[in-house]
Ligand binder design. Structure first.
Ligand SMILES: Nc1ncnc2c1ncn2[C@@H]1O[C@H](COP(=O)(O)OP(=O)(O)OP(=O)(O)O)[C@@H](O)[C@H]1O
Ligand SMILES: [Mg+2]
Length: 310
């Protein structure tokens, strides 16, 4: 599942890290993939020193995307790492949490890949290039070494660049964190429209006869919008935010999840600990309860159970 929204700072990375960690604490084997050159998800689990010393040169997604067609020269499964601190907290569960790290240099590669889309001189050639590039992550995740994961969450950058599109093409579902304000809610139908356009274009290019079944149509759909950083006053969502949420629920084509995540100081020091806030906070806290509900709702909608892949 991809976690995406082109709006920045709406809680994508926080949701990815904490949802992954909560699922792992329930016994799920979770793989997180950081596709954002800002590298925030990576630094939610590894310190900058750990990343510099152990990951930067040989274990980031940058090197994998950096090929004529990503993955042609290297294997995605070789980039999987197991962050120690969070897995120590998970040691009494059946779950585990692995991560493929990102790299600031991914930003240049994203642009180069997009430029390559225009490189073919024939229509067939450009269609094939389009399909090759857009389906690279999907193909890579079909590697049998990924079959042991119950849940894969892909944290996207706040854009709709080629790397983000590879995440959408690789996903069955898309989770869209959003803030409950005017501009954020305006963008949701636009986002859904762009996802639809990508799916239609990809599937229109898939030609079973010509490609011997090498490419299959993609069917990602939006699981829902989860409103984050919601302001609570007297145990209720403030009136203004409530009205934005209801507007989206009634007027937008994108589904809205019942769960919301409140604004909470627990998320302040996301990067420093290596263990997502929801595994550190006390069980009775309101935001922990909300996150549990979100995990119930998302995992239920995905029809996943821990150990499903085993
Ligand atoms: N529910 C919340 N309550 C309070 N602060 C939050 C909450 N969720 C996220 N934050 C904080 O808001 C900031 C942005 O969150 P986050 O990095 O998850 O957003 P993002 O959508 O991934 O951003 P970007 O688009 O830059 O990747 C971070 O400092 C994070 O700690
Ligand atoms: Mg982020």
């Amino acid at each position: 599942m991809a976690v995406m929204n082109y709006k920045g700072g709406v809680g994508k990375t926080t949701i990815t890290a904490n949802l992954g960690a909560v699922a792992a604490s329930r016994g799920f084997r979770v793989l997180l993939i950081d596709l954002d050159p800002q590298t925030n998800l990576t630094f939610s689990f590894f310190s900058v020193d750990e990343w510099q010393d152990r990951l930067k040169d040989n274990y980031t997604i940058r090197q994998w995307y950096d090929a004529e067609v990503p993955g042609r020269d290297s294997s995605l499964a070789d980039l999987v790492t197991t962050p120690e601190r969070v897995n120590k907290v998970l040691k009494n569960t059946d779950g585990k949490l692995d991560l493929i790290s990102s790299h600031l240099g991914l930003i240049d590669i994203d642009l180069e890949l997009a430029a390559r889309l225009g490189g073919s001189t024939t229509l067939d050639g450009s269609k094939r290039k389009f399909l090759d590039l857009h389906s690279c992550l999907r193909h890579a995740l079909e590697d049998s070494r990924f079959s042991g994961y119950d849940l894969t969450l892909i944290d996207c950058a706040p854009n709709f660049g080629l790397v983000t599109k590879t995440a959408i093409a690789a996903s069955e579902k898309i989770l869209v964190p959003a803030k409950a304000d005017y501009l954020s809610t305006l963008g949701l139908d636009y986002l859904a429209g762009n996802c639809d356009t990508l799916v239609q274009q990809f599937n229109a290019y898939v030609d079973h006869k010509r490609d011997n079944g090498n490419y299959r149509p993609i069917e990602p759909s939006i699981l829902g919008v989860v409103f984050t950083m919601v302001q609570i006053y007297s145990q209720r969502v403030t009136a203004a935010q409530h009205s934005y949420i209801e507007q989206v629920r009634l007027n937008s084509q994108v589904p809205v999840l019942n769960s919301t995540v409140r604004n909470s100081s627990h998320f302040g020091d996301s990067g420093e600990n290596g263990v997502p806030a929801m595994l550190r906070a006390a069980g009775k806290d309101d935001v922990v309860r909300e996150f549990d509900q979100l995990a119930d709702e998302v995992l239920g909608a995905l029809a996943l159970s821990p150990g499903g892949s085993r």
